[in-house]
Design a protein around this ligand. Structure first.
Ligand SMILES: NC(=O)c1ccc[n+]([C@@H]2O[C@H](COP(=O)([O-])OP(=O)(O)OC[C@H]3O[C@@H](n4cnc5c(N)ncnc54)[C@H](OP(=O)(O)O)[C@@H]3O)[C@@H](O)[C@H]2O)c1
Length: 249
């Protein structure tokens, strides 16, 4: 048993998830690095331990009920509560292949692949639902847990339909729109128990997800995530934010 606060980050073996885990560990959390692959997960945890942090790989494939259930059992056997859950794991199949020479996304809705869309929703929407449900007993056992959902500007219908139109990335974008709705739903249910649930838009960040075409660093991307993961009591819940404040749905 540990006296540190516990944080779980899904998809934490690289990219925004790994940097989120690093930053939470740097402010004193014990971090559980959710990762589906043992080699990648243990390597990431070892790297953070090498930096002096309290970090552990947790086998966790967000698309598998069995894996998520086993992961929550593992954590429950080691600690009485979970203080922070960052639902970070996400995919955008076909995204990089659809980028044109100028970096613009060139796959219109009429050519989106439904198989890709289903896979995307399984990770980006049903994943956070599965993980949040499975870890809820541990979150409820904390004195005011925080849940952060990794959304995107592409999830904003207001942006897609508004004047400064975002690129049309139908499968991935609409998965984040659905995740925004999931965020509000959990936030409403869990508000009476003091759990705050918010969605974060990290901005277009250089990671494997986009073939490192993003213009932001993972350090910049994680600013809003860490802020929402460490909100004081009385802070917002059921919101959608980037580092500059609330975003239009
Ligand atoms: N990069 C951006 O510009 C950007 C912008 C807005 C939002 N986001 C969101 O930020 C989050 C992190 O993305 P990223 O840019 O850091 O991407 P990334 O570098 O590709 O990392 C994605 C992470 O998710 C994991 N993952 C994928 N499927 C999984 C599954 N079934 N179970 C568990 N883990 C799984 C990956 O593990 P493997 O290594 O095993 O594949 C990896 O650790 C995503 O939700 C993404 O949608 C990113």
């Amino acid at each position: 048993m540990t006296t540190r606060k516990n944080a779980l980050v899904t998809g934490a073996n690289k990219g925004i998830g790994l940097e989120t885990a690093r930053r939470l560990a740097a402010i004193g959390f014990k971090v559980w690095l959710g990762a589906r692959d043992s080699k990648r997960g243990t390597a990431a945890a070892e790297a953070l331990r090498g930096e002096g942090f309290d970090a552990e790989w947790l086998e966790l494939d967000v698309t598998s009920d069995e894996s998520v259930a086993a992961a929550s059992k593992t954590v429950a056997a080691r600690t009485p509560s979970l203080d922070v859950l960052v639902n970070n794991a996400g995919i955008a199949p076909g995204y990089v292949a659809a980028l044109g020479p100028d970096g613009r996304y060139e796959r219109p809705p009429s050519r989106e692949d439904v198989v890709d869309m289903k896979a995307t929703y399984d990770v980006n929407v049903f994943g956070p639902v599965r993980v949040t449900q499975a870890f809820l007993p541990l979150l409820l056992a904390s004195s005011g847990a925080r849940v952060v959902m990794l959304s995107s500007y592409l999830g904003s219908i207001a942006r897609a339909a508004g004047e400064s139109q975002s690129p049309i990335v139908m499968g991935y974008g609409s998965s984040k729109t659905a995740l925004n709705a999931v965020t509000v739903a959990f936030a409403r249910e869990l508000a009476p128990s003091g759990i705050m649930v918010n969605a974060a838009a990290p901005g277009y960040t250089a990671t494997d997800l986009n073939g490192h075409k993003g213009h932001r660093t993972v350090q910049q991307a994680t600013e809003i995530i860490v802020r929402l993961a460490t909100l004081d009591a009385g802070g917002p819940t059921g919101g959608y934010f980037d580092e500059n404040g609330p975003l239009p749905w």
